[in-house]
Design a protein around this ligand. Structure first.
Ligand code: GLN
Length: 572
């Protein structure tokens, strides 16, 4: 018989944006620090099949998994907290569930039954969660990591704990079938195997400075109305929840005061596991699950504390980075890039300040001269592309460290084509289908693709790095790496010989040399474009190599600048 998995279901009340993802990741982290096999699942009750077609400015970044899922950005939080890969099956949406049920109905599998939300949709939701928990999904992403970068595909090992976050807010029509499925699972798996954590808000009104409990009371009432009694309340608040407030919430929500957890503002989300631990969440989880005699895990905690400290106290002498792109109006649209820069800065004890600059607003690049490094992240479409091309040229001509990711790589090659090869009007056919010099063109296999969803070149692919290149050094001498992709266009093979002749080095390739993966300019102090998305592999304590090299180069540039201005000051 299968040994039971333990499930922790995280629901949300009052409003969105309270940090359910951080609560979920933090609980998972605490279990991992206790040497438990753990993974996370995100339920997104929206009707999109996945996050791939969603606008990053409205919904935050699309996070790409190793196995090519275009997922909600919470999956990125789980990966970064756990230092563990999460497969795409761990992001469940309404569309996926309905698609399976409708397909089964068309195949006649319901044998004449009337197909309904309960039980058919709820059964499919439970089936998907159990497939992950009981290891039917071999690519289940469990691993006892925290020990290296990018590990954690534990093959067929099963998790002991699965933390499932249900997106949305209790009371939403869309999330009802999911909450119903979770409610059923508590009965079916047994109450000792299922816990509910409800994340709410305890707002503080400025005038009186008192933390209010009513929103929490109401949202728990709503949850109980659909049959779910939470075991824990995690209340978001500006300052720590007072004991009296905890008692009041406890009384109204039928939870013990000890299980009302204060999730107050912290300097870094990485401090939340410690915050929850100090309030005794682990003892309570073990007691409720009937688990005793947990292992001594001081060494795990020492490692994690050192990582958190490096991230929260990154030293003095900040490095300033300009991030030039199209979706810069919402910090969350490039959340993994932002984190990756901070991971890299922490590894050399330097804080990284990031200025987001809308490429559409760039008219004169000289404003970029004050930055120690310029990063152009991924992007799609025409808007703002000229500003990015000018930025790529400016960084190249002024020897400012440059890291171009995906779109930033493609447009750097176009910038090189225009200004070094004199290819006037060079462009990507994505931006200008009639360009006389299509330096970047559609991937050949994309020519007949008509569907937009899930049809890009996605997920992890093997890349070969040429000997004697900067890329080889950056990747620690590795001849082969594997990185995540998300693109439809690539460097057009026709232009590669001419670009190479004028000094552009394509130092890494994939698919037996058919696709260019890294561009570098050896005469420059650090100029690198990558067709892949290195940001998705960066983790606290384990910065992705290209980010680490870029930030190191930017730090040197900052130091050089400080040195020369000090010298200049002395002379004057
Ligand atoms: N729009 C480009 C492409 O599809 C780049 C994509 C990206 O930056 N993720 O190839």
């Amino acid at each position: 018989m299968q040994s039971a998995a333990k499930f922790i279901f995280v629901t949300g009340g009052v409003m969105s944006g309270l940090g359910k993802g951080v609560t979920t990741s933090s609980i998972a982290k605490l279990l991992q620090l206790a040497d438990q096999r753990v993974s996370c699942v995100k339920i997104d009750p929206y009707l999109n099949y996945d996050a791939g077609t969603m606008n990053p400015v409205a919904h935050g970044e699309v996070f790409v998994t190793e196995d090519g899922g275009e997922c909600d950005m919470d999956i990125g939080n789980y990966e970064r907290f756990l230092n563990q890969n999460i497969p795409k099956s761990h992001n469940i949406t309404t569309a996926q569930v309905y698609a399976s049920v409708i397909d089964a109905e068309r195949r006649g599998e319901y044998l004449g039954a009337c197909v309904q939300i309960i039980p058919h949709i709820t059964d499919e939701i439970k089936r998907r969660i159990r497939a992950i928990a009981y290891g039917e999904d071999k690519n289940n992403g469990f691993g006892d990591s925290d020990r290296g970068n990018g590990n954690g595909n534990g093959g067929d090992s099963k998790p002991r704990f699965l933390i499932v976050e249900c997106g949305g807010t209790v009371g939403d029509i869309e999330s009802l079938p999911f909450l119903e499925a979770l409610r059923q699972m508590r009965i079916e798996e047994g109450p000792h195997n299922v816990l509910f954590v409800h994340v709410t808000l305890a707002p503080e009104l400025d005038v009186v400075g008192e933390q209010k409990t009513k929103p929490t009371q109401h949202s728990v009432q709503e949850l109980r109305r659909i049959g779910i009694q939470p075991d824990f309340i995690a209340a978001r608040c500006a300052s720590p929840l007072g004991d009296k407030i905890k008692q009041k919430i406890a009384m109204f929500t039928n939870v013990t005061p000890q299980d009302v957890l204060s999730c107050h503002d912290a300097g870094s989300i990485l401090q939340v596991p410690q915050m929850l631990h100090e309030q005794g969440i682990m003892d309570s989880i073990y007691t409720k699950f009937g688990i005793f005699g947990m292992l001594n895990t001081y060494s795990n905690w020492d490692r994690w504390n050192a990582t958190v400290k490096s991230m929260t106290h990154p030293g003095k002498d900040p490095i300033s980075i300009a991030m030039v792109g199209k979706y810069v109006t919402l910090a969350d649209s490039y959340v993994s890039v932002n984190h990756a820069l901070k991971h890299a800065g922490a590894s050399i004890s330097r804080p990284v300040n990031i200025d987001w600059i809308d490429s559409e607003s760039i008219t004169d690049c000289s404003a970029l001269s004050k930055y120690d490094g310029i990063l152009v992240p991924g992007g799609f479409g025409t808007r703002g592309s000229e500003g990015i091309i000018d930025t790529a040229t400016y960084a190249r001509q002024n020897d400012i460290p440059y890291l171009g990711i995906c779109f930033g790589f493609q447009l750097a090659a176009i910038a090189f084509g225009r200004s070094v090869l004199g290819l006037e009007g060079a462009n990507s056919t994505e931006i200008d289908p009639d360009t006389p010099h299509p330096v970047v063109d559609l991937l050949p296999e994309q020519k007949n693709v008509s569907e937009m969803g899930g049809s890009l070149r996605l997920g992890s692919n093997a890349i070969s790095i040429s000997e004697g290149t900067m890329a080889r050094k950056v990747y620690g001498g590795a001849a082969q790496i594997s990185k995540r992709h998300r693109h439809r266009y690539e460097i057009n093979a026709e232009f590669i010989p001419a670009l190479r002749e004028k000094g552009a080095i394509f130092s890494a390739e994939s698919d037996s040399g058919r696709r260019m993966e890294i561009l570098e300019i050896p005469s420059h102090r650090f100029y690198m474009g990558v067709q892949f998305h290195p940001e998705f592999n960066s983790r606290p304590g384990f910065p992705e190599e290209s980010f680490a090299a870029f930030v190191r180069a930017a730090a040197e540039s900052a130091d050089g600048r400080a040195g020369s201005s000090a010298a200049g000051g002395g002379a004057a």
